[in-house]
Write a protein that binds this ligand. Structure first.
Ligand code: MRU
Length: 352
């Protein structure tokens, strides 16, 4: 069995004959390499260390991690098999805390395992099938998000986006960048303003690289330039992705998203969020309840081994912030466009 993100230039995850290969996103764009994972611990470490990142891609990788482990353990007795699988679930669930797609994918894998609990070999076969289905469904989902969202992208639009939400962050096509791709494929003359996304530089390193591969016009700005560009009338719409959307529509996304939403409101620029239903967490009531990952101080005090902050300085490094639902003009999902999302509209999305 194999899977690839057909039709997209960039393949962040490749499932080849029961092996998972991940583009090593830590070193893009200066180095392009694939990392090979053969078990759940490899995948958990790849997620933790940002080899693979972006909410849907993390979910897909975790599902493949479970499939790899099941394959590795399938000749064991059921009891030993289950103990090994429990350890795999635990390691993957602990890899990163905010993107809910990780837990969503693990839940789906656990349900499949439960059905085949007494037969490790058939469990392993089923888990590989379900992981592949999660991956393929994510690609289809992103295309559906793109079709829905592009209707809100005027011809000639200058689209500001934050972080990386493209093929690198998903099974392919992307969420917010998927809307950009779909608009371009529909013949719209769009261009992108990519904010660099301090401190990990997903905008400068990954979005800029991905858009250049796709020949979509892109201008890179530092995060603190967004207000200036908006005030000069140089931004028509803002589209971002999400790591977790609470039941009331509050959005956790890459740190720096919330100030963009506030600025967009100030300048009456539409602010849109593009995300699959697997990013919506009905069990989390609102943004305050979303766990925010705190990352290493070294990402703030310097980059790639170069330190610019003085020794001894206190540092905070939350990786995500919360944009209140009331700042979101519309949510683009595979079920269409939800204007001004709120708790009732989000519940309805799951009933359709
Ligand atoms: O820390 P990262 O790079 O995993 O953060 C990624 C983001 O914040 C993305 O905007 C989000 O996951 C959506 S990706 C389609």
């Amino acid at each position: 069995m194999s899977a690839s993100s057909e039709g997209t230039v960039v393949e962040a995850l490749r499932w080849r004959e029961g092996r998972l290969e991940l583009i090593d996103q830590r070193f893009l764009p200066s180095r392009f390499d694939y990392v090979r994972c053969t078990n759940a611990a490899d995948v958990a470490e790849a997620i933790r260390s940002m080899v693979v990142r972006g909410a849907p891609a993390i979910g897909c990788a975790a599902a493949f991690g479970i499939a790899l482990e099941a394959h590795r353990q399938q000749d064991r007795r059921p009891r030993e098999f289950h103990a090994a699988m429990e350890a795999a679930f635990k390691a993957l669930a602990a890899s990163r805390p905010t993107a809910v797609n990780l837990f969503w994918a693990l839940e789906r894998m656990r349900s499949a395992l439960t059905v085949h609990r007494d037969n490790p070999k058939s469990a392993a076969a089923k888990l590989a099938e379900v992981a592949l289905a999660i991956f393929q469904a994510d690609l289809e989902t992103n295309r559906a998000i793109g079709r829905a969202g592009m209707k809100h992208v005027p011809d000639g639009a200058r689209i500001l986006t934050h972080c990386n939400t493209g093929a690198l962050a998903t099974a392919g096509h992307g969420t917010a960048l998927g809307v950009v791709r779909s608009a371009r494929d529909a013949g719209k003359h769009i261009s992108v303003i990519a904010s660099e996304t301090r401190p990990y530089l997903q905008g400068a390193r990954l979005t800029a690289w991905e858009l250049i591969q796709e020949k979509i016009p892109v201008t890179l700005i530092t995060d603190n330039m967004a207000g200036h560009f908006m005030s000069q009338g140089k931004v028509d719409i803002v589209i971002v992705g999400a790591d977790r959307i609470a039941a009331n529509g509050d959005v956790a996304n890459k740190i720096g998203t919330y100030p963009l939403a506030v600025l967009a409101q100030r300048h009456r620029i539409p602010f849109y969020v593009a995300a699959p239903l697997s990013t919506i967490d009905l069990k989390t009531a609102n943004g305050k309840a979303i766990p925010i990952e705190e990352r290493s101080a070294s990402e703030v005090t310097g980059y790639a081994g170069v330190r610019w902050a003085p020794d001894g300085v206190a540092v905070a490094n939350p990786a995500f912030d919360i944009t209140p639902a009331k700042l979101v003009g519309a949510l683009f999902t595979e079920r269409g466009v939800t204007k001004r999302p709120n708790a009732a509209k989000i519940r309805d999305l799951f009933k359709r």
